[in-house]
Design a protein around this ligand. Structure first.
Ligand code: ATP
Ligand code: MG
Length: 472
């Protein structure tokens, strides 16, 4: 076997081969695992196809591994899964698929290895390695997938229009692999994607989002995002992004193309973090621009309030994409809302209180916010970029100083609502909120020190304007 496997993987493949021999079914390692190993990528998911009953083979293997190795299987699909240490093995009987226009679901019948390879989406995903006794370890590559791996090409085994029309998710997968592996989709396949883009509508949002996120996690997400745009898929799955495309001219003045700017920002942040949600924040940071765009005579193009409008759009977009609506959404929303703030701190004569305020508003997400802001600098002028980045370094240094003295990050003001209510025998209401805010603002503005005593005294003083006197 000429793929670089670990000792554990080699052992398990031998056990699968033995189990298959005992059942007298020819078995093959196929798909992503073979592709990724040949490319030297990390992978733990093995796909095994056998000409016969895949579920029976999974059970046979599990029994040979020990007493309590669980097998999960799906009778309707004829698939089974065995987990062993950190390996996941997926078993399936070789099948032949025929599609009808009206439905996503093909007619599936038992087939040969060749039939099974025909139904695979790309030549590089159809490579198989024999686990049979007579030719153990040899590569079975009817579509020259190995050559395509070398040439870094994505090509369908059969006619591309048919392949994409049969299962439109493959269009997303083609673009995802192009972005993930930095491969090129052959022109005839890309053209077939453009022609079949509309068919993506029959695919569930969850599966689209899965592929989209893999594009976002790829080394240079702009590759996939631009292909989504050029294929016509983006218009269907993410119309808000299309609104960012283009440059409008008025009185000889244009603004930057916010779509390509955004792609650059996503690539920039991708160089510094693998965090999907920070990458999403980069993708959405300017999403409010089209809705707030104005031409102001004598001034030029403005996008006032695009941060707040963008923040609101985050919720809707997450919901459309069926992304998690909890903390992750809140993080992205917050970063979009705050993305202009650090830039305003690079001006001269910035007070400690402006720094404190940002630390307070951003809390634990300040590091992510700074990454986003640095990624947002996309000027072609290298000197300018360097100067901006240096300015951000100064802001970081100031933040560190202020944080060391004031501990504002994750800070709660020393006087709580409960203390205010107890002191003045108040029930919850507007006055309590007003007093609480006043104390917090006074501390953030540096008007009073961040101590219980100072805040308590300030509260008593402030309370006078509400005609309140302490009850104890
Ligand atoms: P990854 O694991 O990185 O998502 P993969 O290629 O391994 O990539 P899987 O979903 O694990 O993708 O599928 C395993 C194999 O099954 C693929 O390599 C391919 O041969 C086949 N396959 C998966 N999805 C499709 C599809 N929509 N159409 C045709 N073949 C597919
Ligand atoms: Mg896989």
């Amino acid at each position: 076997m000429d793929i670089p496997c670990s000792l554990q993987e080699r052992k398990i493949l031998e056990k699968i081969a033995l189990a298959a021999q005992e059942l007298k079914v020819p078995a093959y390692l196929i798909g992503g695992f073979v592709r990724d190993k040949l490319l030297g990528r990390r992978t733990k998911d093995m796909d095994i196809v056998c000409v016969g009953d895949g579920i029976a083979l999974a059970h046979k293997l599990a029994a040979s591994l020990g007493d309590h190795v669980p097998v999960s299987f799906f009778k309707t699909y004829g698939t089974a899964q065995v987990k062993w240490n950190d390996l996941e093995m997926e078993f399936v009987g070789a099948r032949k698929e025929s599609y009808r226009q009206e439905s996503r679901n093909p007619e599936v019948t038992e087939g040969s290895l060749q039939d099974d390879q025909n139904r695979r989406d790309f030549t590089i995903n159809a490579l198989a390695i024999s686990l049979r006794d007579e030719d153990y370890g040899s590569l079975l590559d009817p579509f020259n997938g190995l050559a395509d791996l070398d040439a870094k090409i994505i090509r369908t085994p059969l006619e591309p229009a048919q392949t994409f029309s049969d299962d439109p998710l493959r269009m997303m997968r083609a673009i995802r692999f192009a972005s993930q592996l930095q491969f090129t989709i052959v022109p005839e396949a890309f053209q077939a994607i453009q022609e079949n883009a509309e068919r993506i509508r029959i695919i569930t949002q969850e599966r689209i989002t899965d592929e989209f996120n893999k594009i976002m996690l790829s080394p240079k997400p702009s590759v996939g995002l631009d292909l989504l745009y050029k294929s016509g898929l983006l218009k269907i799955i993410f119309p808000q992004m299309i609104d960012l495309v283009g440059v409008e001219m008025y009185e000889g003045k244009g603004h930057k193309d916010n779509f390509y700017h955004t792609l650059q920002v996503v690539d920039n942040i991708a160089q510094h973090t693998k965090d999907l949600w920070l990458r999403w924040a980069a993708l959405l940071h300017d999403i409010g621009k089209p809705a707030t765009k104005k031409f102001e005579p004598g001034h030029g193009w403005t996008f006032h309030g695009h941060d707040a409008v963008g923040g609101k759009m985050v919720t809707r977009i997450f919901s459309r994409f069926k992304l998690p609506m909890g903390d992750k959404m809140k993080l992205v929303k917050k970063l979009v809302e705050l993305h202009l703030r650090p830039i305003s701190l690079t001006k001269e004569n910035i007070t400690d209180s402006a720094i404190r305020r940002l630390l307070f508003d951003a809390g634990d997400d300040i590091d992510g916010l700074m990454l986003l802001c640095e990624a947002d600098i996309t000027s072609k002028n290298k000197v300018k970029v360097k100067r901006y980045l240096e300015n951000f370094e100064l802001v970081r240094a100031r933040m560190k100083e202020v944080e060391e003295t004031d501990r504002i990050r994750n800070w709660q003001p020393p006087i709580t609502g409960e203390i205010i209510m107890e002191t003045f025998a108040l029930t919850p209401g507007r006055v309590v909120g007003d007093l609480k805010t006043a104390i917090r603002e006074a501390i953030l503005d540096g008007e009073i020190p961040n101590t219980y005593e100072a805040a308590y005294a300030y509260m008593l003083e402030k309370a006078k304007s509400y005609n309140l006197t302490p009850v104890k």
